[in-house]
Design a protein around this ligand. Structure first.
Ligand SMILES: CC(C)(COP(=O)(O)OP(=O)(O)OC[C@H]1O[C@@H](n2cnc3c(N)ncnc32)[C@H](O)[C@@H]1OP(=O)(O)O)[C@@H](O)C(=O)NCCC(=O)NCCS
Length: 333
């Protein structure tokens, strides 16, 4: 049976850096409040006319494909995770396929919020294990700055999120020693409205996008921050332990944890719970904020670039987010 190996990683972040001090000029907030509650110092916002969700994904993908020693034409299937696709439909999968000039290959879109990349990785892993494909491109890309309310009214959400993209190439291998060991996917839809954008919703009466919808706040991000926080600090350790248990490892065996960058306080709490030293945890939320589906692949790609992932390392990816959804992947690099 084939196994899947991550053979290339890449990421792209827009050049436009927005510091906490920049946000202070737009809303009643402070650099001290944002850093203390979230750890974030700055984030990137896309440049209109230059960056799109697809263009950022394309840049990240080209880097990942090149680092894999492949050509775009070697890619047999695309899985694209995003909640902010360039069009309402079609999804970004086909747009990325067009940019990479790969007509005919399948392109799947995944909308699982902050867990989206790990869900996508899991689907790719199953296709490879089934022998369907040998090279699969998995991408997470988001432009979230456009749906943020940058006034004081939206400050609890607006200070958290940013834009960016990350990509990975998965390849079939016969060596289980260097492969994705397992993936674990969970959801609990009872909490769907705790972090959501409800409109434009297909089952809304009347036309699907109206000014009323915007005026009523239906297109705003609704977030019960404290509920999200409380659930996240339970689900992260749980799903990481689930991955370790499934493969007969304890936390001491873990070389690197790459968590979704939701909030530095959440990450630190998870580290304490698992008794993981800081040097075994990747945190780049300080620079990029929360980039939802792009967060895990950006963090993974940066960690790899910085030499923090070596052959033979045991690496765990973990995410939690809107849905609620949560997920993990254990990888022997
Ligand atoms: C959003 C979050 C940072 C808010 O922190 P908190 O400690 O829960 O803060 P609260 O919501 O209780 O608000 C405390 C006060 O700060 C204020 N506040 C909220 N956002 C603020 C901001 N950006 N700047 C300044 N003050 C702010 C609130 O209005 C409130 O004021 P009050 O006490 O006068 O009513 C925190 O709940 C969080 O990180 N939750 C998880 C969110 C997350 O990870 N989302 C993504 C999931 S993948």
């Amino acid at each position: 049976m084939p196994y899947s190996q991550i053979v290339g990683l890449g990421h792209y972040v827009p050049e436009n850096t927005i510091t906490n001090h920049d946000l202070e000029k737009l809303m009643d907030t402070s650099d001290a409040w944002i850093q203390e509650r979230t750890g974030i110092q700055e984030r990137r916002f896309f440049t209109p006319g230059k960056d799109t969700v697809t263009s950022m994904a394309t840049q990240a993908s080209r880097v990942a494909i090149e680092r894999a020693g492949l050509q775009p034409t070697d890619i047999e299937f695309i899985i694209f995770a995003t909640i902010t696709s360039d069009y309402y439909f079609p999804g970004c999968g086909v747009l990325l396929q067009r940019e990479l000039n790969l007509p005919g290959i399948g392109a799947l879109d995944i909308k699982n919020q902050c867990s989206g990349f790990i869900y996508a990785l899991s689907v790719a892993d199953q296709f490879i294990k089934a022998g369907t494909y040998k090279n699969v491109l998995v991408v997470g890309s988001e432009i979230q700055s456009t749906f943020l309310d940058l006034s004081t009214k939206g400050r609890n959400v607006a200070v958290i999120f940013g834009d960016g993209a990350g990509a990975a190439v998965l390849q079939a291998t016969n060596t289980p020693e260097h492969s994705i060991l397992s993936t674990h996917l969970h959801a609990d839809g009872r909490f769907a409205e705790e972090l959501a954008v409800k409109d434009p919703g297909g089952s809304r009466p009347g036309r699907w996008l109206t000014h009323d919808m915007i005026d009523d706040g239906g297109t705003d991000v609704v977030m019960n921050g404290q509920k999200v926080f409380k659930e996240a600090v339970i689900r992260f350790p749980e799903v990481i332990k689930e991955a370790l248990d499934a493969n007969g490892y304890t936390t001491e065996a873990l070389d690197l944890l790459v968590p979704h960058q939701a909030n530095l306080r959440i990450t630190n709490y998870v580290g304490e719970q698992l008794q993981l030293p800081a040097h075994k945890i990747v945190s780049n939320i300080q620079k990029y904020g929360n980039t939802t589906a792009a967060s895990v692949p950006i963090a993974l790609s940066e960690a790899w670039e910085n030499g923090r992932i070596q052959s033979g390392n045991l690496v765990c990816l973990a995410a939690f987010g809107s849905g609620f959804t949560w997920a993990s992947a254990l990888i022997r690099w």
